[in-house]
Structures are given as structure tokens and as C-alpha cells.
Design a protein around this ligand. Structure first.
Ligand SMILES: NC(=O)C1=CN([C@@H]2O[C@H](COP(=O)(O)OP(=O)(O)OC[C@H]3O[C@@H](n4cnc5c(N)ncnc54)[C@H](OP(=O)(O)O)[C@@H]3O)[C@@H](O)[C@H]2O)C=CC1
Ligand SMILES: O=C(CO)COP(=O)(O)O
Length: 323
């Protein structure tokens, strides 16, 4: 089963290595810039996005999108806000039997669509799945043990993708709860910014843990409203990814929060939480769900309040029962 990866960033490159190892097939890693892809092909490493990691010998870096036409699995691994445009560009090339998998974590601005809905709209009639879970690209590319959720309403599609990606160290667990898996991935990036900001401001490990746990409660309320299963939210793609992302400086979202909390300039790297937070809060509001921590992150990122004022605002909220 051939896998093609669209998006030659850190995560796309790591997943291309996994797929090449799992399938033993030539795996196109498709980027948008022919010059950059030629460099990656020459150097056998993606120096800009995933430095010091050699490409698997089966990975074929290219800017030629037609190389995905005969792939049984197409992994879409671009920033969430660009997913629709990229999926629309490749729509005519994807075979009807292929499973198209979102590797994105976020909510689309404007439409408030989760990534699998973006795929459904851009690639109507296609077989779809979503991959999410605690998995830093570098860890995966180094072959360190990793477990993720592979969600699809189409169980045969999920099984096919799992087979095309499972290696001795990369373990995709199947789920039919695509909404739960997508929500966990989107919310944890925002909550990791909050945890980082609290840590950066020096408020202590107890405060960081409170932020993570109350953030998880926000995710739970939104999940309930959208029909996600509680066990998905408590699993790899929910709590698992939240714990990872909200506790490690390897995370771009946590690092952004740390910088905000310390009053330092934000790191110049993609933090999906920053791109997603307004849409996540709007999606929650549409369903009558309050997300005070995520709202505070949105306010801080928009420059409307300081981290100190946001924390003071959260501490001033009336106490309720824990849920
Ligand atoms: N990094 C990680 O550890 C993980 C990331 N993810 C998720 O994967 C997604 C991608 O993240 P990641 O790979 O880290 O991001 P990167 O910033 O490393 O890479 C993003 C890639 O998308 C490409 N891209 C950006 N805009 C466009 C566009 N308009 N059209 C086509 N291609 C575009 C970029 O191309 P170019 O290089 O030319 O700019 C780049 O190759 C995110 O949703 C993220 O949350 C999920 C799990 C782990
Ligand atoms: O999604 C990730 C790990 O599961 C990567 O997190 P960051 O985007 O915060 O680096």
C-alpha cells in the first residue's frame, strides 16, 4: 500500500519516514517549493523543518503532486488554516478508493470547521480519517515509541491506514470517534499556551496542573456538546496530547506561552494554538459552551490583556462544582 504525504513540514517529514518504513514502498513527500524539495532530496534531510534527521531511504521528496495519484493513503499535513486550499488543489488527483487522512490540529477560521469537515467539503465523496495524538515530530522521526489515535467513521478505512503506518515504535490505535479526536488536537494546542504562560510567569507547578485540569474540563464540556465520546477525550488524542504539549518546551505552543508569561518576544515558529484559538472559542460559543481559559488565551494573544490580568480574571471567577 503506497502512502503519499502532502506537506513537507516537521510532521509531514516524520510521517513520511514512518510510512516508508511501515510499507516498504516509495513514499512521496510532497512540498510546495520545487527548489526546497530538490534540496531535501539532495541532502536526504529536511534541514529547515526537521534538522539532523536523515530521511528514510524510501522517502521521495518532490513538488510533483501527481505522485499521489496511485497512493492508497494520502496524508494531509499542512497548517490547519491552509488545509482547504491544499485539499482543493489535489482533489482531482485523489483516487476514489484512497483514504485521505488529516494530520492537522486546529479549527478553521471563519467556517469553524474541524479538519475532517474541511476534507469532507474539499474532497466530497472521499474516504476520510484523522490522525491525532501525543507525538512530537522529532520523537517519531527518531523512532522513539509513540502511540496515536487514527479516527474514522469508516472502520475499514481506519484499519487500512493503521496498517500503512504501524511500525515497531509507531502505534496508531483505531477509533470511530473522529469528532472527539479532532477536538482534542485543536484544544490541547490552545491549553498548552495557557500552561506555558502560567509556567513562564512563575506561578508554580500547582498552578500549571490546575490550568491543565481545568482546561481539560473545558474540552470535556465542548466535547459533550459536539457529541464526542468521553473516553476519546480521556485518551491519546485528548488528555494524552494535552499532557505532552502542556509540559514540554519541545512544544511550540507551550514555548509560545512561556515567552508570553515571561514577557519575552514570542518564538518565530508556527504555534497552531495561536492560529486556532479564536475559532475554537467561537465554535464553543456557537454551542453555548463557555471556555474561560481558552478565552483568556485569545485575549492575551490579541493584546487585549496581559498574562497577569488574564490570570487574575480567571481567579476572580465564581467557584462552582468541579465539572
Ligand atoms: N510538529 C509536530 O510535532 C506535530 C504537528 N502536528 C500538526 O501538523 C500540522 C503541520 O505542522 P508541522 O508539520 O509541524 O508544521 P511546519 O510549520 O513544520 O510545516 C508546515 C508545512 O506546511 C506547508 N505549508 C504552509 N502553508 C502552505 C500552503 N498554503 N500551501 C501548501 N503548503 C503549505 C509548509 O511549506 P513551506 O515549508 O514551503 O513553508 C510546511 O512544509 C499542524 O496542524 C500541527 O498541529 C501534529 C502532530 C505533531
Ligand atoms: O502536536 C504536537 C505533539 O502532539 C506538537 O505540538 P506543538 O505544535 O505544540 O509543537
Amino acid at each position: 500500500m503506497k502512502v503519499a504525504v502532502v506537506g513537507a513540514g516537521a510532521w509531514g517529514t516524520a510521517l513520511a519516514n514512518v510510512a516508508a518504513e511501515a510499507t516498504g514502498e516509495l513514499t512521496p513527500l510532497i512540498g510546495r517549493d520545487p527548489g526546497r524539495m530538490a534540496e531535501i532530496a539532495r541532502d536526504r534531510t529536511n534541514a529547515a523543518r526537521l534538522p539532523n534527521i536523515p530521511l528514510h531511504k524510501g522517502v521521495y521528496p518532490t513538488a510533483d503532486k501527481t505522485t499521489l495519484a496511485d497512493a492508497g493513503v494520502v496524508l494531509m499535513v499542512v497548517p490547519t488554516q491552509t488545509l482547504r486550499a491544499v485539499a482543493t488543489e489535489i482533489a482531482a488527483l485523489v483516487s476514489p478508493e484512497s483514504v485521505v487522512v488529516s494530520g492537522c490540529k486546529g479549527v478553521e477560521k471563519g467556517t469553524l470547521a474541524l479538519p475532517h469537515i474541511v476534507l469532507e467539503e474539499a474532497l466530497p465523496g472521499s474516504r476520510r480519517a484523522l490522525l491525532s495524538g501525543p507525538s512530537f515530530a522529532e520523537d517519531v522521526a527518531l523512532g522513539l515509541p509513540t502511540a496515536v489515535t487514527l479516527a474514522s467513521a469508516d472502520e475499514a478505512a481506519a484499519a487500512l491506514v493503521c496498517e500503512a503506518l504501524a511500525t515497531r515504535s509507531f502505534r496508531p490505535y483505531r477509533s470511530t470517534d473522529i469528532v472527539g479526536a479532532a477536538l482534542g488536537g485543536a484544544a490541547k494546542n490552545v491549553l498548552a499556551i495557557a500552561a506555558g504562560a502560567v509556567a513562564g510567569r512563575g506561578l508554580g507547578a500547582s498552578a500549571v496542573a490546575a490550568m491543565v485540569a481545568r482546561g481539560f474540563a473545558e474540552l470535556g464540556r465542548l466535547g459533550l456538546a459536539l457529541g464526542a465520546r468521553p473516553e476519546t477525550l480521556a485518551g491519546l488524542s485528548g488528555l494524552g496530547d494535552l499532557v505532552l504539549t502542556a509540559s514540554s518546551t519541545q512544544s511550540r505552543n507551550f514555548s509560545l506561552g512561556l515567552a508570553l508569561g515571561r514577557g519575552e518576544p514570542p518564538p518565530n515558529k508556527l504555534a497552531e494554538g495561536a492560529a486556532t484559538v479564536e475559532a475554537l472559542v467561537a465554535l464553543a460559543a456557537e454551542h453555548g459552551v463557555e471556555m474561560p481559559i481558552s478565552t483568556a488565551v485569545a485575549e492575551v494573544l490579541a493584546g487585549r490583556v496581559s498574562v497577569g490580568a488574564a490570570v487574575a480574571g480567571l481567579l476572580a471567577r465564581p467557584l462552582k462544582s468541579e465539572i
